[in-house]
Each structure stands twice: as C-alpha cells, then as structure tokens.
Design a protein around this ligand. Structure first.
Ligand SMILES: *[C@@H]1O[C@H](CO)[C@@H](O)[C@H](O)[C@H]1NC(C)=O
Ligand SMILES: *[C@@H]1O[C@H](CO)[C@@H](O)[C@H](O)[C@H]1NC(C)=O
Ligand SMILES: *[C@@H]1O[C@H](CO)[C@@H](O)[C@H](O)[C@H]1NC(C)=O
Length: 558
C-alpha cells in the first residue's frame, strides 16, 4: 500500500514536473512571467494576470501605448478594476490605471502554438465590471481556466473604462466619448500584435461578451477600426441595437455631471471636466437607482457608446458592411428581462404578491413613449392576446417578463442577427436562445417554477462553473456547460459551432434571412432544439408595426 502511494506520488510529480509551460514570454513591453497550474497528467494552464496593454489613460483621452518596463514583469495578480461606483453608489473603488489584460494558455504534453484566441469583454451596463468578474466561493466568475483547458483555446479578458471616465460625451469633437470602446480596441490590437508569443494564432481571434459586453462586441464588429484584427464575434444578451446600448443625448448628461463637479456650463466646461479629479467624476456618474413602471430601470442607464464620427462613424444599422467578413454568433436568455422588469415591478418576483394589469400597461407605456397612444393599445393587445377574460397571475407576470425580454434584449438581438446575415460576405451567422430553467426557480426556492434563463444565467455555464464549484450544481448543469464550451470554442476554432475539437449534442444550422433558424439551448437537447422564427409575432410588433405608426405621423398628431 505504502509502495503504491509512493509510486503514485512519483508518477504524478513526473507528470506535473514535465508539464509544458511557456516560462517567461517576451511581449512588446518586455518580459512577463505568469504561473503554471498543473491540471492532471500532461495537462496544464499558464495564467498571466495583469499585463498592461496600454499606459494609464489621461482623463477623456484615447488609450496610448504602454512605455514598457525593464526586467521581467510578474504577471500573477489581477490589476484593479477601472474606477467605478460601488454597489450602493455612495463611494467609488478601482483605479484610473486599469488598462490590463489576463491570459489563460492551455498546454498538453508540448507547449502550445497556433491556438485559437477568445477575448472576453465583461458586462455591467457600461457603468461597472472587471476583467476577472465577481469572486464567489474563492473563484472568479470570468476565470478562463475551464474554457481554455476543455476547448483548447487561449482566453484573454480585458479591462476597459466605465462610467463617466469611460463614456462621458458632449456629443461633439471637444469630448467625443467612447473611451471604454477605444480601450477594448487597444486590447484587441495588442492581442493581435503579441499573442503569437503566447502560443496563439493572431489570425484566429474571436471576441465574446455578455450584456454591455455583448453590445461592446457588436460595436467592435461595426467599427471601421478593427480591420483584420479579429475573425469572429459572440454577443450574449446584448447587441448595439439594444435600447440601452447607445446614448442619444449625451450632452445633457455631460452637463449634469459638470454641474455636480462644479464646472461651468459654457465654453469652459470641457477644460474644467478634463482637469477634475477622476474620483469626483466617477462619483458624479448618473447612478442606477431602482425603477418603477413609469420610469423603468433602463432609462437610468445614461452613460454608454455614442455616434462619435470616429469609432462609430454612423448609426449601427449603417455600419454592417464593416462586419461582413466576421462570423457572428448571437442570442439571448429566454427570460433576460426578468431581472429588469422585477426591478421595475417589485411584485413580479414575490410569490405572495399580485401584479396588476395596470402595472403592465404603465411599463408598456414607458417602453412605447414617443410612439403615440395607439402604440400602447396595439402592443398591449399583443401581450394580452392569450389572457382570456380573467387572466391568471401567471399570465400577467409572464407577460411582464416577456415584455422586458423582448424590448430590452430579444428583438434587438433578432435585428442584429438579421442585419448581419443580410449584409454578410463570407461571414456566417448563428442565432440561439438559452431556455434552461433558473437555478433559483421551483418549489422552496425564491422564483416561480416557470422562470427560465434570467439575465446573466449563461455566464456560469460558459465559464464552466458547474465543474469548478461542482457542489452548487447538478449533472444537467455540467452537461449544459459542456455544450456551451463545445459550441463556443468550436466556433472560435473554425467559424462553425459544430466543427472543432469537441462533440456537440445537436448540429446547429446557420441562420439565413429566409429560414431564420436558431438553436434552443438547454440541458436536454435533441433535434427539436432546432427552431425557426424566434418570437416572430413580437419581433414584427417592435420592428415593423410600432415604427410604422411613427412614420405615419401618429406620434406627431399627439
Ligand atoms: C484557425 O485555426 C484552425 C484550427 O487550428 C485552422 O484550421 C485555421 O486555418 C486557422 N485560421 C483561420 C484564419 O481560420
Ligand atoms: C472632490 O469632491 C470633494 C467633495 O465634493 C471636494 O471637497 C474636492 O475638492 C474635490 N476634489 C477635486 C480635486 O476636485
Ligand atoms: C426532445 O426533447 C423534448 C424535451 O425534453 C421532448 O419533449 C421531445 O419528445 C424530444 N424529441 C425527440 C424527437 O426526441
């Protein structure tokens, strides 16, 4: 027995001792040394944390190249997040010096080379977030380790400025905005220039991101500044067409921030803002406060990308030619809106409270504001069409969740997917919907048993949490996580989610404008997971029926 133990110990230490590792890697700024994590026999991951991809940015300036360093940079600790408001919005945390990225490189028996690369852009409403994500159970949500190891791809996660520092704009050339998008772009360009030294293929780069990160991915594909820097893109629950993704009147917000920090609202305003302390600018960011049905949460997201005539030369709908050669995979969670509508209508998530029809009408009125009174009636008729004369609480609550999901995520995603396919050259298009029930739903749990995939529910599966923290999950969640990692990394490797290193449960057909196929993703997949025309009736309502009211002057008549 003792002998056997020693034998195992010897075999194991030989295996780990001989595990491949990059050691010190030379980058354009200097040498970096990460940490090698052995994962089993002849498998390991090299992790590099906190590599600078740009210098500490000036306030309201585009990122500039990093001057480099002498000696070897120890890349073993995550850099601070970009300066942002705390959850309670009574203080700020993070740093102005935040343009750093992290890299996970998987190895087998030999040191890797020519691997596909995936760059992660985090969400957080353009107001918050960090490249490593929240930490729970001593595990960072956006650790790239599981995806890198299982999928045989390099994962890179990047920091970008958020809040006032990332997105304040006067709507003109004095303070054009989009600083956070320029940061992301600088990281993408850095990866293109340096990733070969880490064993990556600079011509095989895929962007992926969720929520504001998914919208960021979409903006990066639409900008003319990324030619040749990446091949593919994945948007999870967020695209450039979301009503919260672009700010239409940035000047108004800039003036509000100026007022809060004591800058004059005249031709001295921009110079004054630029010389204001970064913490004070962050604290002056318009906060995200709980909504109500008349003034929903989405209207409080007041900082974000703008048409600046440079990064975004025009409205997204006029920039699709820039994405024509990019393979694009995008989708939503089937109840993405739940988190938001239950912030606006608090009775929604409470099993002991009734939600009134009036609340739905008020929320719908807020969403259709400016489209005329006919819009509210027409939209309400659609969302209540299956109610009968006395709607059940479930019907009413479901309608509220559907309404939020459609307006905030699903319909804009269908627009992005359709337009990508319609304008594509060589680029392929794939569409999905996640329909896995929420882990918080069911008897004895906080949510109704009919609650499906809420906003952010996809993250845990994409990042392999059912494997890293197995006790919190069941086998079905490990199956689902395997499916996500297979589709996502195959797509990164070949541009086709079905072809690559990993087996998939169902062949996912590409989306075409005529067939409009999509994959319904959950733990129990079979041929019937391939579907068509996602919520077509509601997509038509929001993209055709309601806008046509406007163009016929119904709003003007108000
Ligand atoms: C990307 O990687 C795959 C697999 O290693 C390879 O077949 C392909 O040629 C690479 N390049 C591009 C541009 O797709
Ligand atoms: C920042 O704000 C605080 C509190 O309003 C103020 O006392 C301080 O002077 C400001 N600092 C700068 C550099 O503007
Ligand atoms: C596919 O799965 C669904 C849900 O689990 C099930 O209802 C259906 O019968 C299955 N269809 C086939 C063809 O196996």
């Amino acid at each position: 027995m003792e002998k056997l133990k020693i034998l195992f110990a010897v075999v194991f230490s030989v295996a780990t001792a001989s595990a491949a590792s990059l050691g010190v890697v030379q980058t354009e700024g200097g040498g970096v040394q990460g940490r090698n994590i052995p994962l089993g026999f002849f498998r390991s991951v090299d992790v590099f944390k906190g590599i600078p991809f740009a210098a500490k940015p000036g306030t309201f300036e585009k990122p500039r190249p990093h001057p480099g360093w002498d000696g070897i940079l120890k890349a073993t600790k995550f850099a601070p997040r970009c300066l942002q408001l705390s959850i309670l919005q009574t203080s700020s945390f993070g740093s102005e010096d935040c343009l750093y990225l992290n890299i996970w490189v998987p190895h087998g028996r030999q040191v890797s080379s020519g691997l596909p690369v995936m760059i992660w852009l985090y969400g957080g409403g353009f107001m918050a977030g960090g490249s490593m994500g929240p930490n729970f159970l001593n595990n960072y949500l956006y650790s790239g380790q599981e995806i890198a190891d299982k999928g045989g791809v390099i994962i890179v996660s990047v920091g970008y400025r958020v809040g006032s520092l990332g997105f304040l704009s006067t709507g003109d050339s004095l303070l054009p905005g989009n600083y956070g998008l320029w940061d992301q772009q600088a990281a993408i360009a850095w990866v293109h220039r340096n990733i070969r030294s880490f064993g990556g293929d600079p011509d095989n780069v895929t962007l992926f991101g969720e929520s504001a990160g998914g919208a960021s991915v979409s903006f990066q594909t639409l900008s003319p500044h990324n030619k040749g820097l990446f091949k593919r893109a994945i948007s999870q629950s967020g695209v450039a067409f979301c009503p919260w993704a672009m700010i239409k009147n940035p000047r108004k917000i800039a003036e509000e921030v100026a007022e809060k920090v004591g800058c004059p609202i005249d031709d001295r305003m921009v110079a004054c803002l630029k010389s204001t302390n970064a913490k004070n600018l962050t604290m002056a960011s318009p906060g995200i406060t709980p909504g109500n049905p008349d003034d929903p949460l989405v209207t409080k997201l007041q900082l974000g990308p703008v048409v600046d005539g440079d990064f975004l030369p025009d409205q997204p709908a006029n920039l699709l030619h820039n994405a024509a050669e990019v393979d694009y995979l995008a989708g939503v969670n089937d109840m993405d809106g739940h988190l938001f509508t239950s912030a606006d209508i608090s009775s929604l998530r409470d099993k002991n409270q009734e939600t009134s029809v009036e609340d739905i009408k008020r929320l719908l009125a807020a969403y259709t504001k400016g489209m005329g009174s006919a819009a509210l009636e027409i939209a309400f008729a659609e969302y209540s069409s299956n109610w009968g004369s006395t709607p059940s609480q479930e019907s009413i609550k479901r309608a509220a969740v559907d309404l939020g999901t459609d307006y905030l995520f699903l319909v804009p995603a269908q627009t992005a997917i359709y337009l990508h396919a319609a304008n594509a050259g060589s680029g392929r298009t794939y569409s999905y919907r996640l329909s896995e029930p929420s882990l918080m739903a069911g008897p004895g749990k906080p949510y109704y048993d009919w609650i499906g995939a809420d906003h952010m529910d996809d993250l845990q599966f994409v990042f392999g949490k059912p494997f890293t923290t197995p006790k919190a999950y069941g086998d079905r969640h490990r199956d689902l996580s395997d499916y996500f990692i297979a589709y996502w990394t195959n797509f990164a490797r070949t541009g086709n989610p079905n072809k690559g290193n990993l087996k998939v449960p169902v062949t996912w057909p590409a989306f075409t404008t005529t067939e409009q196929q999509f994959l319904d993703i959950n733990a129990k997949m079979n041929e019937s997971s391939i579907q068509q025309d996602m919520r077509q009736r509601f997509v038509r309502l929001w993209t055709s029926t309601l806008p046509s009211l406007l163009s016929h002057g119904a709003a003007a008549a108000q």
